[in-house]
Design a binder for this molecule. Structure first.
Ligand code: NIG
Ligand code: FE
Length: 408
């Protein structure tokens, strides 16, 4: 006896085992007239619609002329923050660059001020609302970063919120400590001393199991390559896997550093060098591309997804949801931007938001695919085929979302 059978599926999207690299990213198994059965928290059966007629089940869901996929994975979000930054829109319109706003004490630092001032409870309720919205777009697993505290108490407050949300179990959340996200006013001009304070926090975060990964913003006016390497080494010595905000605006060589340090991912990479891109293909570091941020910052140049895939890398896509550089919950919108601005094919895009995204957060053996025995993270899309979502942009095409077998 099954709990739910999704039957009559027009197109069932079945990403292969990953990480899927290079040319293989343009391959995607899509089967027609299929069915999938859920029992408890798990995918219990996958077969043809014809075969599914004999299954005994409590509920049947008709997916005629619709599409079913694994729950999407968003491998880069800044989920927990106080306040908002709509006031910066006018500055942006006046042409003030992102890093200039930060230099003047705004941008990330304005969110730091708001986050420090808010209680854990307020942040928790706000982040839970963000999480619900993200899930409504068909996302069942996400990564969430700290980085708006920049001092012990507020960073731990953000990490506790992520832990509480993950414990609640609505979605799986992978936690990342992004203490070195900016240099707070009290350490202005003294990045190394600030970085030391963040490194000294690592043992406590490790003991309390508050994060799986660490991350650092390697950028002009923020942290240098040397500082990033120092932070990554300290993180790895304590057993954390590392991530890096790399080569977003200036080509500092963060992509090469990520490969050198065997980071699980390198994120942004708009300005990545040729050598960096070639390195990605050889190593296990997954480039996580964030075209929503490039779009929101009003830039012409997008990350070279095609170059990375041609070189043989395994590309993933994410929203970068945050209150400053990419204010959207909608991973489907990112799929459209990937098609329109980075010329990725529908097959490449699906692999980037499922299996490869899961690998970018160390969840490759439990998320991003539809497999019997895996937890039932499934989306029913009100679209006739797998090409449709990227094509019909900025809408929410998710009709039903199951997390661990439960409809959310
Ligand atoms: O990924 N680039 C650095 N950090 C975030 C933006 C955070 C913010 O502006 O609040 C990013 O774009
Ligand atoms: Fe980010």
């Amino acid at each position: 006896m099954y709990d739910t059978v999704i039957e009559n599926i027009g197109q069932l999207i079945l990403p292969a085992d990953g990480p899927i690299k290079g040319k293989a990213m343009n391959e995607l198994e899509v089967k027609e007239n299929m069915a999938i059965a859920i029992k408890g928290e798990e995918i219990a059966w996958i077969g043809t619609h014809e075969e599914s007629k004999k299954l005994k089940t409590t509920t049947r869901v008709d997916a005629l002329e619709k599409t079913v996929s694994p729950g999407l994975v968003d491998p880069h979000t800044h989920l927990v923050f106080g306040g908002s930054r709509e006031g910066e829109l006018a500055l942006k319109q006046a042409g003030v660059p992102y890093l200039e706003i930060l230099k003047q004490g705004g941008g990330i630092l304005s969110t730091v001020k708001a986050t420090r001032e808010e209680s854990e409870e307020t942040l928790f309720l706000k982040a839970r609302k963000n999480l619900e919205k993200i899930a409504s777009y068909g996302v069942t697993t996400i990564e969430a970063k700290s980085g708006y505290g920049l001092e012990r108490e507020s960073e731990l407050k953000q990490l506790h919120v992520v832990k509480r949300l993950n414990d609640e179990g609505a979605l799986d959340i992978v936690s990342t400590f992004l203490g070195p996200h900016a240099i707070p006013p009290e350490y202005k001009g003294n990045a190394d001393a600030f970085l030391d304070t963040m490194i000294r926090l690592l043992p406590e975060i490790s003991e309390q199991q508050l994060a799986d990964f660490t991350d650092i913003f390697c950028e002009t006016g923020v942290f240098t390559i040397e500082q990033s390497r120092r932070f990554m080494k300290a993180s790895q010595e304590l057993g954390f896997q590392t991530k890096i905000h790399a080569d977003e605006i200036d080509p500092l060589g963060g992509t090469e550093l990520a490969v050198e340090m065997d980071s699980v991912s390198a994120d942004h990479l708009v300005a990545a060098s040729r050598e960096g891109i070639t390195g990605l293909a050889k190593g296990r570091t997954i480039p996580v591309l964030l075209p929503g941020t490039t779009f929101y910052l009003g830039k012409e140049r997008y990350a070279d997804a095609r170059g990375m895939m041609d070189a043989g890398a395994a590309v993933a896509l994410a929203t970068d949801f945050n209150p400053g550089s990419c204010v959207t919950y909608n991973l489907q919108m990112i799929m459209s931007l990937a098609a329109l601005k980075m010329r990725m094919t529908p097959e490449e895009i699906w692999n980037s938001v499922t299996v490869n995204a899961a690998h970018a957060i160390g969840k490759g053996d439990e998320a991003g695919r539809l497999k019997v025995g895996w937890k039932a993270d499934i989306v029913l899309w009100d679209v006739p085929n797998y090409q449709y979502i990227a094509y019909h942009y900025a809408a929410n095409h998710a009709q039903m979302v199951w997390k661990n077998g439960t409809k959310i």
